[in-house]
Design a protein around this ligand. Sequence first.
Ligand code: K7E
Ligand code: CUA
Length: 676
Amino acid sequence: MSESEKVAASPMKATVSRRSAIGMMAGGAAAGVVGARIGQSSSTSGNYEDIIDARGFTGNWAEGALKSFVPPGEFDPYFIFASGGHSGQMFVLGCPSMRLLKAIPVFTREAWQGYGFGSDQSESVLREGFDPSKSEPLGWGDTHHPALSETEGDYDGRWLYINDRANGRIAMIDLADFKTKQIIDLPNLGTSHGGCFVTPNSEYVHISSMTPSPYLAPGGYAPLSDYAKYYRGASCWMAIDQETGRIDMDRSFQIELPPYTQDLADAGKLSSFGFGFINSYNTEMAIGGDLEDPKKALESTAIANDFDFLHVIDWQKAEQVVADGKTEDMNGIRMIRLDVAVAEGVLHFVPEPRNPHGVDVNPTGDYMVVSGKLDPHASVFSIEKIKAAIAAEDYDGTDDFGVPILKMESCLEALVELGNGPLHTQFDGDGNAYTSLFVDSAVAKWTLGPKAGVGEGKTWTKVDHLPVNYNIGHLCSAEGDTVNPDGKYLIALNKWSIDRFPPVGTLHPQNFQLIDLDGDKMSVLADMPIGFGEPHYTQMIKADKLVHTLRVYEPGTDPLTMSKSRFATDPGDARIDVNGTNVDVFATVMRSHFTPDVVEVNLGDTVRFHLTNIETTPDATHGFAIPGYNVESSIDPGEVVSIEVKATRPGAFAMYCSEFCSALHLEMQGWFLVKP
Ligand code: K7E
Ligand code: CUA
């Protein structure tokens, strides 16, 4: 262990640690970027010890600052894509600086980007993204698990998918412009949790139900007394269009699952390519009802069994079953019914310690790590053993729905004692696993087995324990879900922050903690309060993989189709076409003018503004807002935005550019006149 690592492990040794931090600056790091930057500044005193003293830092915090610092104007080597929980958004941060780069609205309106405030493009994404039979347009979602697209098991920087845990939906975000392009409200899913994950070549993005729905019941309703008869889960394999990243419903399918609560899921890779894994709990099929009998409260009746079932799905077999036409249409999607899934060997169960949360496949695809939140162990299953058990029909009977249960001992590779409340596991490239311990508020580092490259005598052993602040849920290592993780950094997604930040009212921020994985001992480098959502999960991708990301659009682009908009207006072609009560305004937008800047219509007209930003300069974005009409849009360079306005209120409305774009930004305004 190096001097600085010892220091990081022991916050008490301030004197020693300060010296080590200075040593680091004078030595290794000083030769690198940080030192060079400090050297470049003409105003530095160079007296780091005084600065550290004056600011009251211990050495390990000085070291944390140096290790996470990214100089002004320089870029982070990693992007973090974080879900935003019930804010319905996603967030993009840089790592290791933990600077917030962007919010991406997904299921919720967002005014800065004009998402859901009048533009055709975002309105149509939101509008098509919910089942019209739902009584209200859905105004929010609960983003949980982001999934970056992959090629050969590695993130490829093309697309991003995210599930809506609340409403059983899935969204696609294009990493060309970081905008949401598609939302699908999945038939037969009330809620979702298992997913998203993508298969290793982005063949499918998977999402599965959480609480089962009565989709088998006539009319879609059945009382809870008919739970076992009519309620079912579903595992959805949504085919990805390889050109656009969009989900192609016609090539997608679902697999009927028993009415258990299906929890997290992960894709097989390499050794386990072709498989998907879903955890479950409440195989007791408890339905609650505490008024009738307090003992029926779900949280006690749903933990009665010692074991729940890891669902093992062979999606390549399922693909064949679908190709053979052995499906039924179930509310608009092809479904492999449960009896067919069993008969065709698509679905098997493996008993797992009760009420688990995460199932995570290691980078080589050999091991499935299941963490039972009520069990201090990680249960590690082996794909080799699972495949052998399936081939040998090594069953322990079936469940109530006829699904064959493989013998647990035939599939289990190891039990590793980690601590209290293990939830989720991530990996590095050296055969180590990192598991969040919710109850202990800690991260456990442990070694995997020989198939992950770990040598004899070192396998299946807990090697480090790092307290975090507080109540960690997910964690995320650099490129952690790929076949080739970087390790390097780990983000602890802490649910509570309690005393880590000054009081900002009664709702406290969540806390991302940046953890250094270099060296034998983990150490916390920095805190990042997340005061705008509850990120459940994140993925971290090398920034240089985002090769498809644009700085400006090609002139005249409709962001929804990423092709030339039929409403694109060239400079000099701006006009107003009136056709009865339909008014089409073909406008060009550039610093610091809307052409035309006066639009006069009659009360009751339908007015369509087609706004083309004819700028080619990066960042020369304009806004378009009509006060009193709830219209707000962001028109990026090269972009065409169409907005339909029903002229239902007479008056003179001072439309304006809402983005401070130039010295004459305040002059970038005009009139929307609605004559009575
Ligand atoms: Cu992935 Cu928060 Cu949806 Cu665990 S869940 S913490
Ligand atoms: Cu354009 Cu302000």
